[in-house]
Design a protein around this ligand. Structure first.
Ligand SMILES: [Zn+2]
Length: 375
């Protein structure tokens, strides 16, 4: 989940929005305004809409705080967190590494629901102090807002504790199984399997409610189930792939033979004569035989076409100094992590400042394929 709209940074963590969030933000403001208007007919439209917008903003802030609590545990346990992104179905904290022990996974998972429950209780306490009650009655806007935030945050805490991966409860389940059995893969299998069962249950319940006339709310539940199913499946697949790559080192899969292109070659002729002719995806850029950087279709794509004739390859390449070089002895699973983080498909293999070869995602995938065929 990549944020398309970047908001601000908290503790070095980029907070951002995915486009799909805009849809849910509008839906929430409209449904809140409808709800407030129906239960408090005496309020003026400006009070109703103002309150709906402020309540929605506080709701999204509480989701960010929920994600920040996951991030805080991750950071305290040495797992870097890059960003928190809000999207249509909630928030995600992008934690760059998987937990390496069960207690970390447990606390990281449970921190979110605990935080939401605390926020919910504080809001409900404030609402009750201001005269809020469950039954619609004459209430102040602040009481109505706090009451809604209290209920929704407690609902969020409960929902997130459903033990289906990738929900927080699924992570907690995974941690507990991991703790008891000592086997991380078995824990992952069980957690992703219950995740798929929960997801199917959501889809069926959503469809059932939809056909019973619940309309959008039913479809929404189905949509959440479909998203969870996809996430549980892909997490499992990824875990299987990493399992098959255990023990494989960069030196085993890297290619020592790579194609080169001169740094001063015109970009246009590089595209015409190398990229579009040879089928090779990545080239090492050299000057007097010394490697300077890498260039792939990816870099070229990001430069406007009409600039190609004026530029040289060196102006479009990724300099080696900027690329995260890996060592021959590094684990392939770590390399995949770096590729994901830097959003690249190949990395230079370096030793003492020398380029030893290139390791690419394609090679790693071919190895996985071969291993799956043979095993
Ligand atoms: Zn969470």
């Amino acid at each position: 989940m990549k944020a398309q709209i970047k908001l601000f940074k908290i503790f070095g963590i980029q907070i951002g929005l995915h486009y799909s969030w805009l849809l849910i933000a509008v839906l929430i403001v409209f449904s809140l305004a409808g709800q407030f208007g129906a239960t408090n007919p005496a309020w003026s439209p400006s009070v109703i809409w103002g309150l709906a917008i402020i309540t929605a903003i506080c709701f999204f802030a509480s989701i960010i705080i929920h994600e920040l609590s996951h991030a805080a545990v991750a950071k305290a346990r040495g797992l870097p967190v890059r960003a928190i992104t809000l999207f249509a179905l909630g928030g995600v904290a992008q934690i760059e590494k998987e937990a390496t022990d069960a207690p970390t996974e447990f606390w990281m998972g449970i921190a979110g629901p605990i935080t939401s429950a605390i926020i919910g209780l504080i809001c409900l306490g404030g609402a009750i102090a201001l005269g809020w009650s469950v039954a619609p009655a004459q209430q102040s806007p602040a009481a109505v807002m706090l009451g809604w935030l209290g209920v929704i945050n407690i609902a969020l805490a409960i929902f997130n504790m459903i033990p289906g991966f990738p929900l927080d409860g699924g992570r907690v389940l995974r941690a507990i199984v991991w703790w008891i059995t000592g086997s991380e893969s078995r824990a992952m299998r069980i957690a992703t399997l219950t995740g798929q069962v929960v997801a199917f249950a959501f889809i069926l319940l959503g469809l059932f409610r939809f056909f019973r006339g619940a309309g959008f709310a039913g479809l929404w539940l189905t949509f959440i189930g479909w998203f969870l199913l996809d996430a549980a499946r892909s997490t499992y697949a990824q875990h299987e792939i990493l399992g098959r790559l255990r023990g494989v080192r960069v030196g085993d899969v890297m290619s020592k033979q790579y194609s080169t292109v001169d740094a001063d070659a015109p970009l246009q002729s590089f595209v015409d004569e190398f990229l579009l002719r040879t089928g090779t995806r990545s080239f090492v850029v050299t000057e007097d035989g010394q490697p300077l950087g890498l260039i792939t279709a990816h870099e070229v794509k990001h430069i406007e076409r009409d600039k190609w004739p004026q530029l040289k390859v060196r102006e479009a390449m990724l300099p080696l100094t900027k690329l995260h070089g890996v060592r021959e002895s590094a684990n392939i699973s770590d390399v995949l992590e770096v590729m994901g983080r830097e959003d690249v498909n190949q990395l230079p293999v370096m030793s003492d400042g020398h380029l030893e070869g290139i390791v690419s995602r394609g090679q790693i995938l071919r190895l996985v394929q071969t291993r799956m065929e043979i095993e």
